[in-house]
Design a protein around this ligand. Structure first.
Ligand SMILES: Cc1cc2nc3c(=O)[nH]c(=O)nc-3n(C[C@H](O)[C@H](O)[C@H](O)COP(=O)(O)OP(=O)(O)OC[C@H]3O[C@@H](n4cnc5c(N)ncnc54)[C@H](O)[C@@H]3O)c2cc1C
Length: 474
């Protein structure tokens, strides 16, 4: 449960006492009476326990206190104060990270859930606070017949949370990642400076923040590209006997651009084996339904239309699975996920090797191995690391174990490392929302030639090194 305003105002005294005696540069006495830092901090056990958890349920780090700023100015005040105190700070959007990336041991966790206003919708853009969920953004823009070009498969993630890592979805093959749809960002740096950055203003900061794992600034507001929303989405699922035939058809429909969204997965078949699925969606307006025959011509025989929904219901389709997993308890089990990108040229070989080492029990009855090709033409975010090829395959071990056993999750985290090493050795890349330990050297290797971009931005904008300790980057 997120602490409400009342909880915050009646927070315990340990940290608030320290806070009250802190000096705030540039703050005139009494100028922030109603929302003084004292009112922003909660150090009660319940608030701290919430911030010591995430969707992964693997890493637990207790912060000293939690705060819930409602303005960019409050974010800046807290960051300046934390720097003076030598406290680390992590922003928390919706807490769906899987390995403690939004946690700060003995530091401050800044819950951005109150910074969630949709400010403005214009024909080509929307201006939103970073704590808003994509669900809220889609609801608001769809009402005007518009939609962000790239949506994650799950909409209850915050805008800031996905822009900090990338944000991939079924339309990424056409449009790149969510970080490629950003026109402008309002951020607060680790020094507490409120800045607006874009390709033409503080461009180096703009490049260091998008997919920059929150190492030099926190995002408070984003201006995002919009496009006209299609009315409906028809989804198809095609089944294959093995990975090779799935890969062949995926490559074909990608080249021919038959669908608006192309994904796919290897899923447990319930009998200890796997099902190989191509999953594709086509957008359309009701007056012009798709030609199913042409779309599916010469593809696998086993095929079905799995859904035909209005755009908003389709975008939110994951909610059904979330409801089921919450009701059977598996939403709250550990989730030792590993998310990567394989080079298109050897994806089939690497994926076959890795899948051979997985058991459907480890994945869980509702788990899956995401596997599909996408073009990288639209991916231009400098810190989003992809194999250097035109086609790459997102390849994700989405484990949803039926058991809450932590020893099993710890074993999977160790195995994630071995799988990652295998993938990396073959030219693959990590998607940093994964559950595995990474050293500073691992991150330097991961970012490669871009490591200096991030390092310089960190030195310049977060010289105290207080931001986002959960990645162990620096
Ligand atoms: C069920 C599920 C489905 C998912 N589907 C997809 C998908 O389709 N595509 C995809 O790309 N990812 C997907 N993810 C991964 C998800 O995008 C990342 O884990 C994302 O970071 C979570 O967003 P959040 O708001 O929950 O962030 P949190 O977990 O709260 O934070 C994640 C990281 O972002 C930082 N952060 C949060 N807010 C800000 C901010 N305002 N400014 C700077 N940094 C910030 C945090 O400090 C932390 O390091 C999925 C995750 C889950 C659990």
């Amino acid at each position: 449960m997120t602490p409400n305003r009342r909880t915050l105002l009646h927070a315990g005294v340990g940290v608030t006492a320290t806070f009250a005696s802190a000096t705030f540069a540039g703050q005139s006495p009494g100028s922030r009476d109603l929302r003084s830092p004292k009112a922003l901090l909660a150090d009660d056990a319940e608030s701290r326990a919430v911030a010591a958890q995430d969707f992964g349920h693997i890493v637990h780090r207790q912060p000293r206190a939690v705060c819930k700023p409602a303005t960019s100015g409050e974010v800046a005040d807290i960051l300046r104060w934390a720097r003076e105190q030598g406290l680390r700070v992590a922003a928390r959007g919706q807490g769906h990270a899987t390995y403690g990336r939004a946690m700060a041991e003995d530091g401050i966790v800044m819950d951005l859930g109150a910074l969630a206003t949709i400010h403005r919708i214009e024909p080509d853009r929307v201006v939103v606070d970073a704590g808003a969920t994509w669900h809220k953004v889609v609801d608001a823009t769809l009402a005007k017949g518009l939609v962000p070009p790239v949506l994650t498969n799950y909409l209850e993630l915050s805008v800031g949370g996905t822009l900090a890592v990338g944000g991939i979805g079924g339309s990424s093959s056409r449009h790149g990642l969510q970080t490629d749809q950003v026109l402008e960002l309002d951020v607060v740096t680790g020094e507490g400076a409120e800045l607006t950055c874009s390709p033409t203003s503080h461009a180096e900061l703009f490049d260091a923040v998008r997919a920059g794992l929150a190492q030099c600034a926190l995002i408070t507001r984003a201006t995002l590209r919009l496009m006209r929303a299609p009315e409906r989405v028809r989804r198809f699922q095609l089944s294959y006997p093995d990975l090779a035939s799935l890969t062949a058809d995926q490559g074909r429909v990608l080249d021919e651009a038959r669908f608006d969204q192309l994904q796919g997965a290897v899923v447990p078949d319930g009998a200890g084996g796997w099902r190989y699925q191509l999953e594709a969606g086509v957008f359309y307006d009701s007056n012009m339904p798709p030609d199913d025959k042409a779309l599916l011509a010469d593809l696998a025989d086993k095929r079905e239309i799995v859904s035909d929904l209005g755009f908003g219901d389709d975008a939110n389709a994951f909610a059904k699975l979330e409801k089921l997993l919450r009701s059977n308890g598996q939403w709250f089990n550990p989730h030792p996920w590993l998310l990567t990108y394989l080079p298109g040229s050897n994806a089939l070989q690497i994926a076959s090797d890795v899948i051979a080492g997985q058991s459907s029990d480890d994945l869980g009855p509702f788990g899956r191995i995401t596997y599909y090709p996408m073009f990288t033409d639209g991916c231009r975010t400098p810190l989003l690391r992809l194999p250097d090829e035109r086609v790459v395959f997102p390849f994700n071990l989405i484990r949803i174990p039926a058991s809450a056993e932590t020893a099993n999750a710890d074993r999977q985290v160790v195995r994630n490392r071995a799988v990652y090493d295998r993938i990396r050795g073959a030219g693959g890349m990590l998607y940093p929302v994964s559950a595995l330990a990474m050293s500073s050297q691992d991150w330097a290797d991961h970012f490669g030639a871009r490591w200096s971009l991030l390092g310089e931005a960190r030195r310049r904008h977060d010289p105290g090194g207080i931001l986002t300790p959960g990645y162990d980057l620096f």
